[in-house]
Each structure stands twice: as structure tokens, then as C-alpha cells.
Design a protein around this ligand. Structure first.
Ligand code: 4AD
Ligand code: MG
Length: 483
């Protein structure tokens, strides 16, 4: 018989297996024993719910039972019966238990007690075995699936853009270099600079900060495309919202203007959040409770106004507020925290870049709902954004979410060759090296638009976790690349 003829616990909890003989496998969460019987709470990752194994010491060898402690991995054969105890419908009456992998209770770092999230980050190789992280990663999976489903259903094509590139799409210069040079002894040119012509790619390369530029090329033939891949930013931001390696979803659409882009982004966000509500309720209820417990440790004025589930439903059911950067600056300039000098960065004049304190004020205090901010000053946005007729602003949009701040950044793109070239020159973007990008504006150019959704920021929002390091399995942040 095949080893893995197991039934997942998720399925064992349905009525289909009642009174049937099955094999279950999983990790022991806890064991309670008295003289007559042992109760083992088994979890196999398929659901947040544990399955209760009932082991009779007359049936199961004492040596085996002793090894069924927290963390051990076991295989249990037995009959599924209606449960006598409260809290579960069914349980497994063990006729045989096999130890697949022992866990020495003296040494196993994960105990049934509550560990702090900080501690669990240090044992990220084991934290997936906790309720919290099991829930987070199941929800993360469902969201990733919903992303693909949304775009597939709309006739978008998934494009895999390169991870190694020679360009810095966002122009922020925060790239990780890719080279095969011996760092102690790189070849130099006549001027004494590192001679990248002798490097693997015969040019300077880096890990991508965005798949957008290549996504635009694809949209100029396939019309509606999206990317969903890893992106890398060497910004030294030690915040609860930044990763050095994160996943981004970037749709790019030909024949879209700024308003079409906003409509799509809002519809897309609502769809994926609603997908989680419809498919992950067990996990979300657990995370809702977890967030509630965490909130209750905060001071009253710092608590979120809504619980996690209410917040998710609220976002799905309400229209996002749309306003221009210029209108937002007026609101911020006249806001209480600005007048009372409570903002760390005071808003004095038009042109100021918005910090997350400003974004969160607009979303959490002023509008109390997601906000789509549009038409930013061109000076604070990337070269590829379409220039508006006022000569000052570009057709940018940022979507701001409660508790998160910026979750989406996007724009209508500059499709006019002369305007684009001029802007690139102004911003010192090398036009010769970007000949391929400019070619799309020379040949068959058309209005087009797109945006980027930071996947971990979405998972952060949907799971109600407080730190982005807790929604990706193995986070990469400054000083941290363990595991
Ligand atoms: O606003 P950004 O920089 O936009 C772009 O990269 C565009 N090329 C997108 C496009 O138009 N196709 O990044 C997009 C989103 C942000 O709104 C944020 O959610 C996320 O990516 N993001 C990060 N997430 C985690 N850690 C970081 N360091 C992030 N930087 C950006
Ligand atoms: Mg941005």
C-alpha cells in the first residue's frame, strides 16, 4: 500500500469519513493523558483545526504513546467516530500509531505556550507549525490563487519578466548588483573603473525592482497582461511595511487611461479580498481573534476602529475615495496634526512628498476608507508616467489602505515619444540603453496604463498582521537573510 494514502484533516472533519477506517498524518500539537486514555491534538496543515486522536493504552504501545509529544510527526490508523467531547464533531479512534519523526520535548523550541512573533521570526523554519503562521500562509496562498483567477477570467495573460535586468525601472538606484566577478579583484578599464564588459552579461546588471518596463512591451502586443514575481529593493528601510525581497503583481493594459486603471485596481482589490472572505473563513476568524487580542494590549487611542473581518467587509462594500494630490495637500495642510505640528514632516507647500503618516491620516482619520490619490507632481514620480496638460503633474495613482498606507502604485504611461524622451533626458535616464522601451513609442504606440500591487502588503491587510516580516515565509530585510 502506498505510504501516503492519508486523508487530510480538512476532509476528515466533513461527514464523508464518519465510521470509516482511515490513515491520518500530522504533527502533534498537544497530548493529554490519564490512566485510561490519551488525547492527541493532531494538525497536518490542511486546516487550522486540529483533529483529536483518541488512543487507548490497551491498544497502543506505551513506548509509542510516550513519543507522541508536542512537535513529533505521527501516522495514525483508526476509525473516525462521532465525538463525545465538546468542540469537535469527529475524532479518530487509534488502532495503530507509527512515529514518523520524534521531537525531543526538552529541545523542541516550539512549545504549546504562546510565543511572541519576534521569537517566532528567529525560528522561521518552525513557525509554519503554529496556528498563526499556518493561517497566514493558507490565506496568502488563497490570495495568490485569486490574483491569477481574476486576471485569467478577464482574459489577461501572465508574463514572466526577467529577474536579472540592466535597468532600474523606478530610477531610485536601490538595486542589488548581479555579477560573477571576484569582488577582491575585478577587472578594470583604462580609467580604473570596473570593466563590466568583461562580466557575465558584458554589462552592469542588477536584480529587478519591477517587471513593469518589460510588462509594457508585452502589453503592446497582447494588450492585457500581468506579472506576478519577486522584486528586489536595496532600500535601507527598517519598517513594518518594507522588505528587500517582495512579490509584486503588475498588470499592464493597452487602450487604458488613468480612470480605466483606477477602476480596474479597485475592482481587483475588492475581488481578491472578497475571495479570501469566501474561501478562508476559518483562518480569518482565527486571525480576527488574534488581532483583537493584540489590539487590546494597545492604548485606547491607538486601537483600530474596526476588527479585521469588519474592515475587510467594509473595503469590499464601499467605494474608494478618489481625489487628486492637490486636493490631498489642502486637506493635510489644514489638518489638526499639521497645525499642531504633530506630523514628523509638516506639509508646508504643494510639491511635498507624502510620508506614510500623511497617507494614514487621509485614510484612517479623514476619509475612513481606502483612498485613490491621483495626479502627483512630476518631480516626485517616475519618468514613465504620462504628463498632464498642466505641465506640473503626471497621471499617477497611489492606493492607500487603512493600517498599511500605500498598497498600490501605478499610472497611465507616457505614450508620446517626444514627451517621454524629453522627460528621460531631464531625469538623466539613458535613452540609448532604453532604445527598446522607446521603440514601443515609435512603432504602434497607444495610450496604456498599469499598476503594481505589493503582494505582502495585501497579505498584511487581509491577515491583520502587524509586520510584513510575518506574512512571507522567509523575509529578507536589512541584516537578515537567514533560512
Ligand atoms: O510604487 P512602486 O514602487 O511602483 C512600481 O514599482 C511600479 N513599477 C508599479 C507599476 O506601475 N507597474 O511599487 C508598487 C507597490 C507599492 O505600492 C507597495 O505596495 C509595494 O509595491 N512595495 C513594497 N512592498 C514591500 N516592500 C517594499 N520595499 C516595497 N516597495 C514597494
Ligand atoms: Mg510607489
Amino acid at each position: 500500500m502506498a505510504f501516503n494514502k492519508r486523508v487530510k484533516i480538512k476532509n476528515l472533519l466533513t461527514e464523508d469519513f464518519l465510521n470509516k477506517e482511515v490513515s491520518a498524518m500530522g504533527w502533534v500539537r498537544t497530548k493529554r493523558s490519564n490512566k485510561n486514555v490519551s488525547f492527541i491534538a493532531l494538525n497536518d496543515g490542511s486546516t487550522i483545526k486540529n483533529f483529536q486522536v483518541v488512543a487507548d493504552p490497551n491498544q497502543i504501545d506505551d513506548e509509542i504513546l510516550k513519543k507522541c509529544n508536542t512537535g513529533a510527526c505521527i501516522k495514525v490508523r483508526g476509525k473516525v467516530v462521532a465525538s463525545q467531547g465538546a468542540g469537535q464533531q469527529a475524532e479518530l479512534l487509534a488502532s495503530g500509531i507509527e512515529i514518523l519523526g520524534e521531537a525531543d520535548p526538552e529541545k523542541y523550541p516550539l512549545q504549546p505556550k504562546k510565543h511572541s512573533l519576534e521569537f517566532l521570526r528567529e525560528i522561521a523554519h518552525l513557525r509554519v507549525r503554529t496556528n498563526t503562521f499556518g493561517a497566514v500562509f493558507r490565506v496568502r496562498h488563497a490570495l495568490a490563487y485569486a490574483v491569477h483567477k481574476y486576471f485569467n477570467d478577464k482574459g489577461f495573460f501572465y508574463i514572466h519578466t526577467p529577474i536579472i535586468t540592466a535597468s532600474d525601472a523606478e530610477g531610485a538606484g536601490e538595486t542589488f548588483k548581479v555579477t560573477t566577478f571576484d569582488l577582491k579583484n575585478p577587472p578594470l578599464d583604462e580609467k580604473g573603473n570596473i570593466d563590466f564588459k568583461q562580466d557575465f552579461f558584458e554589462r552592469e546588471t542588477n536584480l529587478t525592482v519591477s517587471g513593469q518596463l518589460e510588462g509594457e512591451l508585452a502589453a503592446m502586443g497582447l494588450a492585457d497582461i500581468y506579472t506576478f514575481g519577486p522584486t528586489f529593493r536595496a532600500e535601507n528601510s527598517n519598517t513594518t511595511r518594507h522588505l528587500a525581497e517582495f512579490w509584486m503583481i503588475e498588470p499592464e493594459m493597452a487602450f487604458y487611461d488613468a480612470e480605466d486603471n483606477q477602476d480596474l485596481a479597485e475592482d481587483f482589490l475588492k475581488y481578491v479580498i472578497n475571495y479570501a472572505l469566501e474561501n478562508c473563513m476559518d483562518d480569518l476568524e482565527f486571525l480576527n481573534k488574534r488581532a483583537e487580542d493584540e489590539e487590546s494590549t494597545k492604548k485606547a487611542d491607538q486601537r483600530a476602529e474596526m476588527g479585521l473581518l469588519d474592515r475587510l467587509k467594509f473595503v469590499v462594500d464601499n467605494k474608494f475615495e478618489r481625489l487628486s494630490y492637490t486636493e490631498a495637500i489642502d486637506i493635510l495642510r489644514n489638518s489638526n496634526p499639521n497645525k499642531k505640528k504633530k506630523f514628523q514632516y509638516l506639509i508646508e507647500s504643494w510639491g511635498a512628498d507624502l510620508q506614510s503618516e500623511h497617507e494614514r491620516y487621509l485614510v484612517e482619520k479623514h476619509f475612513k476608507k481606502p483612498v485613490i490619490l491621483t495626479d502627483y507632481p512630476k518631480e516626485i514620480k517616475a519618468f514613465y508616467m504620462r504628463q498632464n496638460d498642466d505641465g506640473k503633474t503626471v497621471a499617477a495613482m497611489d492606493i492607500l489602505f487603512p493600517g498599511i498606507g500605500e498598497i498600490v502604485g501605478g499610472s497611465q504611461r507616457e505614450e508620446r515619444l517626444d514627451k517621454l524622451t524629453q522627460r528621460m533626458e531631464e531625469m538623466d535616464i539613458p535613452t540609448e540603453e532604453m532604445w527598446w522601451y522607446l521603440d514601443t513609442r515609435k512603432f504602434g504606440s497607444t495610450p496604456h496604463a498599469g499598476f503594481g500591487l505589493g503582494f505582502e502588503r495585501l497579505v498584511l491587510f487581509v491577515t491583520g498582521m502587524g509586520n510584513i516580516r510575518d506574512v512571507i515565509a522567509f523575509p529578507r530585510t536589512p541584516g537578515n537573510a537567514e533560512f
